[in-house]
Design a protein around this ligand. Structure first.
Ligand SMILES: Nc1ncnc2c1ncn2[C@@H]1O[C@H](COP(=O)(O)OP(=O)(O)OP(=O)(O)O)[C@@H](O)[C@H]1O
Ligand SMILES: [Mg+2]
Length: 243
């Protein structure tokens, strides 16, 4: 048996899509507690292992369920059924808007995020300069992050996530918001991370990146797992499906 760092077992996620949203308060009261909804399964029975030290990609067309799965992995959503197990400390960087407290400054968010990710104040103090340095947002550190540009936001988020030194890093394609220099820097960080035997789970639409840095890949389509396995095989199948 190989050593997994993350084990996804039969994960399904249902959303309830409510209709008649724009009804008046009166009609809502008259209707009572019943409201019409439709079940929508964004993920259906997804299972795969991510081996410790591997970089694992999640690919698939828009709306296929990649971010939903990533949010389940980052413990932002709870799967409707199925389980996700981890071996080690997990940190995540999801789409812009999740993870930061918008009214707080960059500095405050570093401490808040660090402590959520399990670091002591002393630990954060010792890494503070490095986090700020890598993010490049030093001048704006005491501004509320709601005033940050999306690139600045992602730079700070990535810088925190990578510096808390997790064993497992979960990243949505937000990194593509960063400029070229930052993309190069973060790519370099991934490689360093990998060299140190850490595990990465990554969503991206950029197939050359997948082929470059992913060992294994899971392809999802309409919430269903199409294929999981070695990166080159899965990418090839995925690409031939869209040609
Ligand atoms: N909170 C929610 N409530 C209802 N439906 C949702 C919710 N979050 C996601 N969905 C639906 O789940 C499906 C999968 O969305 P998801 O964001 O996971 O796709 P994705 O694979 O990340 O797509 P993209 O490549 O565009 O980022 C979509 O149909 C979306 O509308
Ligand atoms: Mg997405």
């Amino acid at each position: 048996m190989s050593d997994w760092a993350v084990r996804v077992s039969d994960v399904s996620k249902r959303f309830r899509l409510y209709h008649e949203r724009n009804q008046s308060l009166k009609s809502a009261i008259l209707r009572g507690r019943t409201s019409k909804h439709e079940d929508f399964w964004a993920l259906k029975d997804i299972s795969f292992d991510v081996i410790e030290g591997h970089t694992h990609g999640l690919i698939g067309s828009n709306g296929s369920g990649k971010s939903t799965l990533l949010k389940c992995l980052a413990k932002i959503y709870w799967p409707t059924s199925g389980t996700i197990e981890y071996r080690g400390r997990m940190a995540s960087l999801l789409e812009v808007g999740s993870g930061f407290h918008l009214e707080l400054s960059g500095r405050e968010n570093i401490y808040l995020n660090g402590s959520i990710l399990g670091m002591s104040k002393k630990e954060i103090d010792s890494k503070f300069d490095e986090i700020v340095d890598f993010s490049g947002v030093e001048r704006f550190l005491d501004q509320p992050v709601k005033n940050y540009s999306s690139g600045m936001y992602v730079r700070l988020g990535f810088s925190i996530a990578i510096n808390v030194d997790p064993d497992i890093l979960v990243v949505d394609e937000v990194l593509s918001v960063g400029d070229e220099e930052f993309q190069r820097k973060s790519f370099q960080k991934f490689l360093e991370f990998k060299k140190r035997g850490k595990t990465v789970i990554l969503v991206t639409h950029t197939m050359p990146v997948v082929e470059d840095i992913c060992d294994t890949v899971t392809w999802i389509n309409n919430g269903e797992m199409m294929q999981t396995g070695p990166a080159a095989d899965v990418v090839k199948k995925y690409q031939s499906s869209i040609d």
